[in-house]
Design a protein around this ligand. Structure first.
Ligand SMILES: Nc1ncnc2c1ncn2[C@@H]1O[C@H](COP(=O)(O)OP(=O)(O)O)[C@@H](O)[C@H]1O
Ligand SMILES: O=P(O)(O)O[C@H]1O[C@H](CO)[C@@H](O[C@H]2O[C@H](CO)[C@@H](O)[C@H](O)[C@H]2O)[C@H](O)[C@H]1O
Length: 445
């Protein structure tokens, strides 16, 4: 099978796509590592190709390219509704198609939520949001997310979604229903299907609206944040369920874990401070204090468990629907490998992620001109109250108050460092938010 793609046109095509991460780097070559032709009604077909981009410097990357034959050489097949339907049907009908170097496998979960009656003809529409992938709403009931930048190995969004849907009763999330996998040398998760939640607002926009209402947060919103803490506690209980699946079975948290995490934060500090040196030289004055703070983590008496966690929890990863919260997007931090994202950690890492988001919300409304107010501490407190009420005595959390506080503080520091690197790369105007947090962070010496 030869892929009907004009490879010479690909570098320019890729540079024009929002989801293409390598816009800043010179491309050395682009090749097709796998492809499959999928039939469409009326003697038409499209090609689903996995292409590998090799840069002059740095590691190669793989992307999923759905293409239609065209005079221009490359035409995004997702502009065609028949293509979107055909892709979804591959998953819904659990079909397998041989590809040039392996196979394409559609997977549909046999769960009660999977028994969905869909209208015919099936309406499909592209979701019009800024995102790293391409999402399509199917029959106004399902959302198909096609992953653009592929990574080899088990995709944590698929893995965690499947665990929650099939092995737990946690339903404060849009349930995973199916996936499309490519097997063989180009093995990767190509797409995931979840329940579509109509009329949602994401937690970031919802929180900004509430933070904009004045110097004090309303009781109603503080109650919402308490419930958000409860939902996170329930998620952690579900992820800590006893199971014989080694990818999810909780493990005791050992002294070597806190030592490793502490050393990793110290290492990230060095990398982050050197990357930020030109942009935020003031951080250098805090180096010793922050390193001292990160080192404290190594001396926390080990207790509790390591479990699978959300891994990149922030207000943009929760949806507000019907007066409640849904937690979603279990893919972890995009800047880390799948292997790192699948590691078990302390649940407090997710708690720290959400606390950082309240700081971002406060910084954002201050930058918009809102006067100083009493928002941040009450928001943190309400969320923590909800979380702690739901997880009191849980085996996965540290047993002492001192360990809880020390670990949470260390994970907040780790997240701030990640955010500095993330913002330098993606939104340099926002670097000041985590930098200011690092500058004022209270440290334990
Ligand atoms: N199940 C869902 N129901 C409704 N809207 C959703 C659902 N999942 C995602 N969305 C919307 O799509 C946006 C992008 O989804 P996300 O999974 O974060 O994509 P990406 O990984 O490409 O950034 C979300 O911010 C949200 O607005
Ligand atoms: O949503 P992603 O998984 O792509 O997460 C990445 O992008 C986030 C920004 O969209 C980034 O989050 C940071 O900014 C948020 C406000 O835009 C804030 O609420 C978060 O607390 C802050 O970390 C996230 O870190 C990054 O991984």
């Amino acid at each position: 099978m030869t892929a009907p793609i004009d490879l010479t046109k690909l570098p320019d095509y890729l540079r024009g796509q929002r989801w293409f991460a390598g816009k800043a780097w010179p491309i050395k070559s682009v090749s097709t590592v796998d492809h499959v032709n999928v039939d469409l009604p009326g003697d038409r077909s499209f090609t689903l190709a996995v292409v590998e981009v090799v840069y002059e410097l740095g590691s190669p990357e793989r992307y999923l390219l759905p293409v239609l034959p065209s005079e221009e050489g490359v035409k995004d097949a997702f502009e065609d509704a028949e293509v979107l339907r055909a892709l979804f049907q591959l998953i819904r009908e659990k079909r397998e198609l041989p590809s040039a170097s392996g196979k394409l496998v559609g997977e549909w979960l046999d769960t009660p939520e999977g028994l969905i009656a869909l209208p015919s003809p099936l309406p499909v529409r592209r979701l019009q949001v800024e995102q790293s992938n391409t999402s399509v709403v199917v029959g106004e009931q399902l959302i198909l997310k096609v992953i653009r930048k592929l990574e080899a190995g088990i995709n944590p969004e698929y893995e965690v979604g499947r665990f929650l849907a099939t092995k737990t009763s946690f339903r404060a999330t849009p349930t995973l229903l199916g996936a499309l996998q490519s097997e063989g040398p180009a093995g990767a998760t190509l797409a995931v299907v979840h329940r579509f939640i109509p009329d949602v607002t994401d937690g970031w926009r919802y929180t900004l609206d509430c933070f904009r209402q004045g110097p004090r947060l309303s009781d109603a919103f503080l109650k919402d944040l308490r419930v958000l803490g409860e939902r996170l506690g329930q998620l952690h209980h579900a992820l800590a369920s006893s199971t014989d699946d080694p990818a999810f079975a909780p493990e005791p948290l050992l002294a070597e874990d806190v030592q490793r995490w502490s050393a990793s934060i110290v290492g990230e500090m060095g990398v982050t401070l050197s990357q930020a040196a030109r942009h935020s030289p003031e951080l250098e004055n805090r180096r010793e204090d922050l390193i001292g703070h990160a080192r404290q983590l190594a001396h926390v008496p080990p207790s509790g468990q390591k479990i699978r966690i959300h891994g990149d929890l922030h207000l943009g990863q929760v949806l507000r629907s019907g007066g409640d919260w849904l937690l979603f997007d279990f893919e972890g931090e995009p800047g880390r490998s799948f292997a790192q994202r699948r590691e078990k950690y302390s649940a407090l890492r997710d708690v720290a992620g959400m606390l950082r988001s309240f700081d971002y919300a406060e910084a954002t409304v201050r930058l918009e001109g809102q006067p100083e107010g009493d928002r941040l501490q009450p928001a943190r407190q309400a969320f923590l109250e909800g979380y702690r009420a739901t997880t009191a005595g849980a085996a996965f959390l540290p047993q002492s108050e001192a360990s809880f506080t020390a670990m949470l503080g260390a994970f907040e520091l780790e997240k701030m460092l990640y955010e500095v690197r993330y913002e330098l790369q993606n939104r340099p105007d926002w670097v000041r938010i985590p930098v200011q947090a690092l500058m004022r962070m209270e440290v334990r010496k």
